[in-house]
Design a protein around this ligand. Structure first.
Ligand code: NAD
Length: 514
């Protein structure tokens, strides 16, 4: 089979960026990542990468061959980055056609959101970006290419890609299509890519298909043990990805359903979850109750299975998987309702601190974050909301809230985006911990240096008003560690940074002026 020298990745998002960086870092292939979004490419070429993942800065800077000097990279928690084995050639570019033309193998890592319009609206995958990518490859390619479907797609999409490629191919050009779904989890993407549980490669069972699969195996086997690289047929490979996400989400919805029973009976869901997780047949992962799962994948991929099942007239199967999403929605609503009722069903002018906006810790991704619906509800209840997230930037928070239906002008009046947890919690009537970032757990204030730098000068400690309520997933029968007393204890330590006086707060904080 053909050795691969040059790889191009279409799409520089949460999958394309880290996957390409690790591939360039660990193998001897040259990797060029391209995107139709020039802003993203500019960010990948800068010292401020467009996404946050622990360990990613180090790998990207090393693979790009441009070690960063900026403070942000030094600020990252040191990661156990393995010794770089490859030649490290990673490029980010907007010249899509050139990158396609030069590549032996092309990863398609474009987005596949749920369709917003037309047939299958709200359930089927929107394959417009995949189709456009396939057409682009076909039009530009002047030599044979292996096209690797890495985006999560409905079962049998490889067939459509193959048809589009062959119908639009330049004379004499041959394409082999492989399925190689990505199983990385955001927040642990680098670790998952360096030491994956498994790599799945689906191919046609023809000699050409098997040869193409062997070429991709060659790349991965430069850093992944051969027995973890599993080859199979195309349709099994495509379905494996949807199945894995559906099973993971099913565990979360199951434990969330149990949390409702726990609250009504006095059982502790953490104890129940621990008791179940110790069973080796069940295992401990994905068994934490919380405010509902978010992220760009779980809901979309389950909708995908529901749609597929219905298309196949498997209605009971569709209902079964749909139940997981219904339970998630129920849990999100329950979290919000509980907060409102604990605050005497009146949030008017109360200041609510929301700690965390990302859909989970260690990522800057906010897609489908439970924080969005929660804050939108708090705003509807006329609360004043102070938000802090260690890695999500202000404009991203505004965008998500506006997309969710809030008016920008109104938001500016009642929402404050803060530079630290301390600032958000000042004078708050309630603190809601939505994302389980480590710095909100008193155990390891990883971002302490940053917090110190953000602290305005002053002498007073955090003023914790009597009767303030803190809502953490822990209190809400979940295991996030931060509780109000822990914040107060941490803040009142001798070493903790001092906080401004109430008067200074009143002048500085637009919320107080309302
Ligand atoms: P993303 O939206 O972060 O990135 C996709 C990128 O592709 C965007 O930057 C977009 O501009 C670019 N793009 C779209 N069409 C293009 C084209 N024709 N040429 C070049 N670039 C193009 O999405 P993501 O989170 O990286 O997910 C990508 C795929 O991987 C999806 O199918 C998703 O389901 C799957 N996936 C995601 C995760 C995850 O954790 N995010 C994990 C596994 C699999």
């Amino acid at each position: 089979h053909k050795p691969i020298g040059r790889v191009t990745c279409l799409g520089s998002g949460f999958v394309g960026g880290p996957t390409s960086a690790v591939t360039a870092f660990m193998s001897n292939v040259d990797v060029t990542v391209v995107d139709i979004n020039p802003e993203r490419i500019r960010a990948w070429n800068s010292d401020w990468l467009p996404i946050y993942e622990p360990g990613l800065n180090e790998i990207v800077y090393a693979a790009r061959g441009s070690p960063s000097t900026n403070a942000a990279s030094q600020y990252e928690a040191p990661q156990a980055v393995p010794r770089h084995k490859g030649r490290a050639s990673l490029h980010f570019s907007t010249n899509i056609n050139k990158a396609i033309d030069e590549a032996d193998l092309i990863f398609v890592c474009v987005n596949t959101p749920t369709k917003a319009n037309g047939v299958g609206r709200g359930a089927a995958a929107d394959l417009a970006f995949v189709e456009a990518a396939a057409r682009n490859i076909a039009q530009v390619a002047r030599q044979d290419k292996i096209v690797v479907e890495k985006s999560t797609v409905p079962c049998r999409t490889a067939q459509s890609i193959r048809e589009i490629l062959s119908a639009n191919a330049n004379p004499g050009v041959r394409f082999d299509v492989l399925s190689n779904p990505e199983f990385l989890a955001e927040g642990t993407a680098v670790r998952d890519l360096l030491t994956p549980d498994r790599v799945i490669i689906g191919s046609e069972t023809t000699p050409e298909g098997l040869r193409a699969a062997a070429s991709l195996v060659d790349i991965y086997s430069q850093w992944i043990p051969r027995e973890r690289i599993i080859t199979m047929n195309l349709w099994s490979s495509e379905l494996s990805k949807l199945a894995a996400n559906a099973l993971l989400a099913q565990r979360i919805s199951s434990v969330n359903a149990l949390s409702a029973i726990c609250e009504a009976t006095g059982a502790d869901v953490d104890e129940v979850s621990n008791a179940c997780g110790l069973d080796s047949r069940i295992g401990p992962h994905m068994l934490k109750a919380g405010p509902g799962f978010g992220g760009s994948c779980f809901q979309k991929d389950i909708f995908n299975i529901v749609y597929l099942s219905e298309s196949l007239h498997l209605y009971e199967v569709a209902d079964y998987w749909r139940g997981i999403i219904n339970m998630n929605q129920y849990q999100k609503n329950r979290f919000t309702k509980r907060i409102i009722s604990c605050l005497f069903n009146n949030l008017t002018s109360k200041k609510i601190a929301v700690l965390g906006f990302a859909f989970k810790k260690d990522t800057s991704d906010t897609r489908e974050s439970p924080a969005i619906a929660l804050i939108t509800n708090l705003i509807a209840e006329k609360a004043q909301v102070a938000i802090y997230d260690p890695k999500v930037k202000g404009p991203q928070i505004w965008k998500e809230l506006v997309d969710a239906g809030s008016k920008a002008g109104h938001l500016k009046q009642i929402v404050l985006i803060c530079k630290s947890a301390y600032e958000a919690c000042q004078g708050a009537d309630a603190i809601i911990v939505v994302t389980e970032w480590d710095e909100f757990s008193n155990k390891e204030p990883v971002n302490a240096r940053k917090v110190e730098a953000d602290q305005p000068q002053g002498n007073d400690r955090l003023n914790v008003p009597e009767g303030r309520r803190t809502f953490t997933p822990a209190e809400f029968t979940c295991t996030t560690q931060l509780v109000l007393s822990e914040i107060s204890t941490y803040l009142s330590k001798e070493t903790s940074p001092s906080l401004p006086s109430r008067e200074a707060q009143n002048t500085n904080n637009p919320l107080n002026a309302l």
